[in-house]
Design a protein around this ligand. Structure first.
Ligand SMILES: [Zn+2]
Length: 547
């Protein structure tokens, strides 16, 4: 089971201890070092977990092991600044109701019925991947439809965005959701003719997800290890878990991560953002860690609003699809968000805030201004920043906020943005050039499973801004390849406080690198989407090699 596999990788890891690990020389590469003094090289020597030397083949020192890059591109190990690794691990355990599994409501119900047959009475059924836009009927299933296929067991279908679920009657009953129930703060209990229809959004969905027990820890950890290895296969050597406490309770999630840390051998460098209030952090006696290349937890994350696809991002003008008067929602009051951020800053945490809609971003920018005045050194980051006004960009630049956008959304969700907010506004979402020209620190990220985990997909989308049906969302906001690459290297390292040590191949930096057949600095976006990783090196050792 999971435990055995982790122990196996642990023993591997122990043979790779830095001090007695063999030195590794990569030769015959087009090495993009991201190091100003020597941006291009042919060879890199790694020793004791660090880059020891960078230069040309003819000058290369001896090493214990030599790896021929065969003319391919060598880049620093890529860093995903915002992802959900535990959520992806759970997705691999929970039944898949996504587009590859079901194409319409009747097929969805057949599948639900089959899953319900296998489950014990009263065992929760949590399924993932639900996306009404990919169903033939273009709508979510109703509570009654789920009732008809669930054999009386509590069912929660999680929408692909993670910000909404559909529950059946038994689940609503166990959650205490009744016709008279008021919406929880920051959440929506959707109704039809005055009766909850099973759709729970934002805080209401989070309440449901926290109620469902996690699978056994060993099973989750085995799945997390598999996700981590898939990251290595994409050239990623470090990630930030963007919201511990988003898929389940904070305590349950963090205790799994603590177990991962104790067993050692986890193949990625990890950073964490906690999705709890600073008051909860105090009561749990959590303190921000110092900067640490392998395990860093020094940021609290708050949500200003929801998402476009869930029609919950807070926008100034109504959504164009369905609910014509709907303008999304704030997850908490302005005062509460300011209190959270102020308390977090005073306790030494970095502050990250999810903000997507223009109204949410305007609010956040003014609040960041207040925080910055009181706490000149606090690290401020905006997650997503889909729809900023020029004024908000100006304010965010003044307070030196870092930005963590997900350009892969343009490709994978862009047509949905057009549906939700109309083409005029969709043209302006996820600006690239506007951030770059204002010299923001911009980190590369996937927000997986909300989009593909591959940084090359993210770079490609930042470069061509094409939706999956080929519509280009504002060519003027495109980035060039080297700028896109810089987000996943220098930008992500800087946002973690690891600049100069990660995201760069120069003597003294960590020995994390990727060998790939496409050069972000010269390849087309299409070629980058198809990039093949040959080798990923982590801590000076080959951590992934393509068969
Ligand atoms: Zn996220």
């Amino acid at each position: 089971m999971g435990r055995g596999r982790i122990l196996a990788s642990q023993s591997n890891w122990q043979c790779m201890r830095m001090d007695d690990s063999p030195s590794l020389l990569v030769t015959n590469g087009l090495v993009r070092t991201l190091w100003q003094d020597r941006p291009i090289a042919e060879a890199v020597l790694m020793n004791a977990g660090r880059v020891a030397w960078v230069g040309f083949n003819r000058d290369a020192p001896q090493a214990d092991v030599t790896l021929d890059a065969r003319g391919q591109v060598v880049l620093p190990g890529l860093i995903d600044a915002h992802t959900h690794l535990l959520w992806q691990a759970l997705d691999r355990i929970h039944p898949d109701f996504g587009e590859s599994a079901v194409s319409g409501i009747s097929q969805l119900l057949e599948k639900l019925h089959a899953v319900a047959l296998e489950r014990n009475q009263d065992e929760w059924i949590l399924a993932r991947g639900l996306n009404e836009h990919r169903l033939r009927e273009k709508r979510l299933p109703t509570r009654e439809e789920l009732d008809s296929a669930s054999r009386g067991k509590p069912v929660v279908l999680k929408r692909v965005c993670g910000h909404a679920v559909v529950a059946n009657s038994r689940a609503l009953q166990l959650l205490g959701v009744e016709p008279s129930s008021a919406d929880p703060p920051g959440g929506i209990i959707e109704r039809h003719a005055g009766r909850p229809n099973g759709v729970l959004r934002e805080a209401a969905a989070a309440i449901a997800l926290r109620r469902i027990p996690l699978p056994p820890a060993c099973e989750v950890i085995e799945s997390m290890d598999a996700v981590a290895r898939d990251y290595l296969a994409c050239g990623v050597t470090g990630v930030t878990e963007a919201a511990v406490g988003f898929s389940s309770t904070f305590s349950d999630e963090w205790s799994i991560w603590e177990t991962v840390r104790k067993t050692a051998g986890f193949p990625l460098r990890m950073a964490f953002m906690f999705r709890i209030s600073p008051d909860e952090a105090r009561s749990l006696e959590l303190r921000p860690t110092a900067a640490n290349l392998d395990w860093q937890a020094n940021t609290l994350k708050f949500f200003a609003d929801g998402t476009f696809s869930n029609l919950s991002a807070k926008v100034l003008e109504p959504y164009t699809s369905m609910h014509s008067c709907c303008r999304g929602l704030f997850i908490q009051s302005t005062d509460t968000l300011l209190h959270y951020m102020t308390t977090a800053a005073s306790d030494g945490w970095g502050v990250a805030v999810h903000a997507i809609g223009d109204e949410a971003i305007d609010l956040l920018a003014t609040q960041f201004k207040k925080i910055r005045t009181r706490y000149p050194r606090v690290a401020l980051r905006v997650e997503h920043l889909a729809m900023p006004s020029a004024e908000a960009l100006q304010l965010l630049k003044e307070v030196e906020a870092s930005i963590v956008p997900q350009y892969a959304f343009l490709h994978e969700l862009g047509d949905g943005f057009v549906r939700a907010i109309g083409v005029d506004r969709a043209e302006h979402v996820y600006p690239g050039r506007s951030l770059h020209d204002r010299s923001f620190t911009v980190a590369g990220s996937s927000d997986a499973p909300a989009s593909s985990m591959s940084p090359f997909a993210g770079m490609a989308a930042a470069m061509d801004r094409a939706t999956s049906t080929g519509r280009v969302l504002n060519a003027a906001e495109r980035l060039r390849g080297h700028e896109a690459l810089s987000m996943y290297t220098r930008g992500s390292a800087r946002i973690l406080g690891h600049e100069g040590c990660r995201g760069v191949l120069k003597p003294g930096a960590v020995a994390d690198a990727v060998i790939v057949d496409a050069d972000p600095c010269s390849a087309s976006a299409t070629a980058l989407r198809e990039a093949q990783i040959s080798v990923t090196i982590s801590r000076g050792q080959v951590a992934y090699k393509r068969a």
